[in-house]
Design a protein around this ligand. Structure first.
Ligand code: TRP
Length: 445
C-alpha cells in the first residue's frame, strides 16, 4: 500500500488547517449572522462556544486522525473495532458534501464580484446588482461551476503540491489586508455605533435560536463535525503538536472574524444598509465601502481575489474529506474519487445556485434550497456530529485517549503539572460541558 502522504513542514500543517478554518465562514457568514442575531450578545455566545465546545471538539477530531493516520471511517473502525460507531463517519461525509454545495455558490458570487471589479465595477446600487446576479440562472450556475472546476484542479495536484502550497502563500496576505481595512474602518464617522453594535451585549437578544446560531457558527468556522480536521491530522507528521495547532488556528480564525466585523459594521453604519440582510450582507455593504474608499476600484478586485482564495482553501478541505473516504472505501484511484466528488458537488451546487431563480418556489421551513442546506448543515448536522465526538472521545474511548495523544510522553514528563491540568480541563469540557450545552440548545428549540 502507498505510504500516506504527509505535510512537508509544520508551518504547512498549521497553514492548511487554518486555510480550512478561515474562509467565507469568517468574512461572509459571521457578519451577517451577527447582524441578524443582535450583535454583542451573539458575539459573546460565539466566543464562549469556541472556548468551551470548539477547542475540545477540535482537539478530539485532530486526535482521531493523528493517532490512526486514516480517513474518517477507517479511523473510527480502528479505534472502536467491531462496533457500529463508524457509521457516524457518514454524518461527517454528508456535512462536508452539503457544505461544499452551498459554499461553492457563495464562492461563485465572490468570483463574479472579482470579475465585475476587474472589468467595470459594481455600480451605485449594489443591492440591485446582487439581486440581478443571483437571479440570472446562467450566471449563478456558471460561477458555481467555475469554482468547482478550480477546486478540482488543485485537488488533482495532491496534498503537498496543491493544497499545502496554495494555503501557505495566500492566507497571510488576506490577513494583512483585513488588518489594514479594519484599522481604516475605525476612522469612519460611525465607527462608534458599529463597534457598540458588535460588542455590547443586551439581555433582550438572548434566545435559544440565537444561542444555537452562535454555536452553529462556532462549529462552521472551525470546520468541525465534517471530519475535515480528522482527515488533515491524518497527514500530520508525528512531531506536529495538536495543542499548538488547535490553539493557533482557533485564535487566527477568531481574529479574522473579528477583523471582518470591525471592517464591516462601522462601514455599514456610515454608508447605510440593512444590518439583518442575511446572506447578501457583504455583497451589499462591500461595494459601498469600496466606492467611498480612495483607490477603491483597485483594492476591491484584490480583496475579492484573496477572499476567493480563502474560500478555495476551505472548499478543498471539504472535498479532501470526501476524496480520502471514497479512495479508501472503494479502493478507487485519487483521480476517479476526485471526479466523482466534483460531479456530485456540481449537481448539488447547481440546485443551490438556482434556488434564487428557477427553483425559488421550492421552499421548506420558509427557506429556499440554499437556505435549507445551510441551516441543516451548520445548525443541525454539525452540532449533532459535535455531540457524537464528545461522546465517542469523552466516554467511549479509554479515559486517557485524548491526553495521551495530545501530549507526547516527552512533554508530559517535562511539564507533568501543566499537562495534567490541561488534560483534566479538556476531559471535563468534553464529557460534561460541551455535550450538555449542545443538548440544552437542541432541546429548547
Ligand atoms: N470553516 C470554513 C469557513 O469558515 C468552512 C468549512 C471548511 C467547513 N471546511 C468545512 C464547514 C467542513 C463544514 C465542514 O469558511
Amino acid at each position: 500500500m502507498a505510504k500516506r502522504s504527509t505535510f512537508a513542514t509544520r508551518f504547512g500543517a498549521i497553514a492548511t488547517v487554518a486555510g480550512s478554518a478561515i474562509g467565507l465562514g469568517n468574512v461572509w457568514r459571521f457578519p451577517y449572522e451577527m447582524g441578524s442575531n443582535g450583535g454583542g450578545s451573539y458575539f459573546l455566545v460565539y466566543v464562549l462556544s469556541i472556548l468551551l465546545i470548539g477547542i475540545p471538539v477540535m482537539l478530539s477530531e485532530l486526535a482521531i486522525g493523528y493517532s490512526t493516520r486514516k480517513s474518517a471511517n477507517k479511523a473510527l473502525r480502528e479505534l472502536s473495532p467491531g462496533t457500529r460507531w463508524h457509521y457516524f463517519s457518514l454524518g461527517g461525509f454528508l456535512s462536508a458534501m452539503l457544505t461544499l454545495a452551498f459554499y461553492s455558490v457563495v464562492a461563485g458570487w465572490i468570483m463574479a464580484y472579482f470579475g465585475a471589479y476587474l472589468l467595470e465595477g459594481v455600480g451605485q446600487d449594489s443591492t440591485a446588482y446582487f439581486q440581478h446576479m443571483v437571479s440570472t440562472p446562467l450566471t449563478a450556475v456558471g460561477f458555481t461551476m467555475l469554482v468547482l472546476l478550480l477546486n478540482h484542479i488543485v485537488l488533482r495536484l495532491g496534498v503537498r503540491q496543491g493544497v499545502e502550497r496554495v494555503n501557505g502563500v495566500l492566507m497571510p496576505l488576506l490577513f494583512v489586508l483585513m488588518i489594514i481595512f479594519a484599522v481604516r474602518s475605525l476612522f469612519l464617522p460611525a465607527a462608534r455605533e458599529g463597534l457598540t453594535f458588535m460588542f455590547r451585549p443586551s439581555l433582550s437578544a438572548f434566545s435559544p435560536s440565537m444561542v444555537l446560531n452562535a454555536m452553529g457558527q462556532a462549529f462552521f468556522t472551525l470546520s468541525l463535525g465534517g471530519f475535515v480536521l480528522e482527515t488533515y491530522a491524518s497527514y500530520f507528521r508525528p512531531e506536529t503538536s495538536l495543542v499548538r495547532t488547535s490553539l493557533l488556528v482557533a485564535i487566527m480564525d477568531t481574529a479574522v472574524a473579528l477583523l471582518s466585523g470591525v471592517f464591516l459594521f462601522p462601514a455599514l453604519f456610515t454608508y447605510g444598509g440593512e444590518v439583518a440582510a442575511g446572506p447578501p450582507f457583504i455583497f451589499e455593504v462591500l461595494p459601498r465601502v469600496f466606492a467611498s474608499m480612495p483607490g477603491g476600484e483597485i483594492i476591491a478586485p484584490v480583496f475579492f481575489f484573496l477572499l476567493l482564495s480563502a474560500a478555495l482553501t476551505s472548499t478543498i478541505s471539504m472535498s479532501e474529506v470526501q476524496v480520502s473516504v471514497v479512495e479508501e472505501q472503494r479502493h478507487w484511484s485519487r483521480r476517479r474519487a476526485t471526479i466523482w466528488v466534483t460531479l456530485v458537488a456540481l449537481v448539488l451546487g447547481s440546485l443551490c445556485a438556482l434556488s434564487f431563480s428557477v427553483l425559488s418556489s421550492c421552499t421548506l421551513w420558509g427557506r429556499n434550497i440554499f437556505g435549507v442546506m445551510e441551516y441543516a448543515v451548520s445548525n443541525l448536522l454539525m452540532p449533532f456530529m459535535g455531540l457524537f465526538i464528545c461522546w465517542f472521545v469523552g466516554w467511549h474511548l479509554q479515559p486517557d485517549f485524548l491526553s495521551d495523544i495530545i501530549f507526547p510522553s516527552a512533554t508530559r514528563q517535562k511539564y507533568p503539572r501543566l499537562t495534567g491540568r490541561v488534560a483534566a480541563v479538556m476531559r471535563f469540557l468534553l464529557r460534561y460541558i460541551a455535550p450538555l450545552c449542545i443538548l440544552a440548545v437542541f432541546m429548547s428549540l
